[in-house]
Design a protein around this ligand. Sequence first.
Ligand SMILES: Cc1cc2nc3c(=O)[nH]c(=O)nc-3n(C[C@H](O)[C@H](O)[C@H](O)COP(=O)(O)OP(=O)(O)OC[C@H]3O[C@@H](n4cnc5c(N)ncnc54)[C@H](O)[C@@H]3O)c2cc1C
Length: 402
Amino acid sequence: MSTESIGVIGAGIVGLAVARRITELFPGSAVTVLEKEDRVGAHQTGHNSGVVHAGLYYPPGSLKATLCRRGVGLLQEYCQEKGLPYDECGKLVVAIDDDERPALERIRERATANGVPDLRWLGADELREIEPHGAGVAALHSPRTAITDFVRVAEAYADDVRAVGGVIRLGFRVTGIRQVAGRVEVRSAREALRFDRLVVCAGLQSDVVATWAGDDPGPAIVPFRGEYYRLKPERTHLVRGLIYPVPNPEYPFLGVHFTKRVSGGVDLGPNAVLAFAREGYTRTTFDRHDLAATLRWPGFRRLARRHWRMGVAEMAGSLSTTLYLRFARRYVPEVSAADVERAPSGVRAQAVDRDGGLVDDFRISRLGDVLAVRNAPSPAATSSLAIAEHITGHLQDHVRPL
Ligand SMILES: Cc1cc2nc3c(=O)[nH]c(=O)nc-3n(C[C@H](O)[C@H](O)[C@H](O)COP(=O)(O)OP(=O)(O)OC[C@H]3O[C@@H](n4cnc5c(N)ncnc54)[C@H](O)[C@@H]3O)c2cc1C
C-alpha cells in the first residue's frame, strides 16, 4: 500500500479510467483529477461515434491492437456490471467494387491476427441479408462490434473514483507544471497543488500540457473537426448497424461511415477538416493561438504539402451536403439530402510528428514523475480500461512503498 498523492489532468474517458485504476492498484493513495470544464467527458469523449471497436484494423502487436482487444472485454464486462448501454449491433466493412477486395482481404488477415471473434466474409447477397439497403460486392462482418455511450461510461468511472475517496475537481484549468524536490507542482490561476506523481491525459491539449512538464513539443496536436449528419427518424430503417468503408491505408481515420446510436438514431460521418480551434466544434470557431500553433508546426506544413488535395476534398464535402453524401451513397444508395440533418461535430486530437507523419499508435512519454499520454485517438475510448492498466503499470514501477 502507498500513501502517495497522484494527480491526473483531464476528466475525459482516459484520465478517469486511469484515476479509477489507480484507486484499485494503490488503495491508500490520494487521487485527484483536475478538469478545466464543468463536467466530465466534455471534449473527445463526448463528441465521438460511440463505437466499441473490435480491433479489425490495427497492426498486430501494436498498442492499439493489444489494448483494443483487451479493452473491449473489460468494457463489455463493465457496462454489464453497471447497467450501461452496450449493444452488439455488428459492423460491416464493405468493398464497393472488385478493386477494394484485396484491401478488405488484408483487413480480414489483420483482424484474424488480432483475435477478433466471429468474423465472416460475405458476398453481395449475404451483405444485403444483414443490411437490406446496403450496396457492395463483398463485406467483412464483425457481429461483436458494439455501440455504447462513452459519456455515461466516463461518468461511471468518475463515480467509482469518488466512491473510494478520490476527488474530481471540475473547473480546475491547469496553467503550469513544475517538478520540484521530488514532487510535481500543478498550478491554476488561483492555486498550486503538489503531487508525488502526475499523469497527463489532456486530449486536444496533450502536447501543450506535456511541454509544461518538460516534454518535447512533438508530436504536436493538429485538430481535425469531424462533422456528422443524422438520418431523419423516418429514414433510420435504412441502416440496422454499422456500415464502414474499406479504409485508405494512407488516411486511416478518413471515411464517412453509418453509425447506429444507442439512442436509436443513425449518424453519418465523420469527415475530417482542419479545425481553426482545438475545441472548435463549428466551422466559424476560431482561436488565433491554436491556429498559429498549427501553422507554425513544421510537421503540419509538411502534412499539408503532401495531402492538400485530400484536404480540399474534405473541405468541399464540409460545405456541400450533396458532395458529402456522394461518398456515403456508395454504401446506402437510397440516402438523399432530404433524408439527413446536421448533427453535432467532434474534434480529433491528431498527433503529427515533426516530419509530417501522422502518429498512428497510442503514445505515452515519461518525464521524471510525470507520465504524459501524447496520442490517444480512436479506439482509445473503447480501450480506456486497458490503457489505464498499461499506464498504471508504468506508475507501479515508480510508486514508493511505505
Ligand atoms: C469524431 C470522433 C469520433 C470518434 N469515434 C470513436 C469511436 O467510435 N470509438 C472509440 O473508441 N473512439 C472514438 N474516438 C476517439 C475517442 O473519442 C478518444 O480517443 C477518447 O475520447 C480520448 O479520451 P481522452 O480522455 O484522452 O480525451 P478527452 O475526452 O478529449 O479528454 C481530455 C480532457 O482533458 C481536459 N483538459 C485539457 N487541458 C486541460 C487543462 N489545461 N487543465 C485541465 N483539464 C484539461 C479537457 O477539458 C478534456 O476534458 C473518436 C474521436 C472523435 C473526435
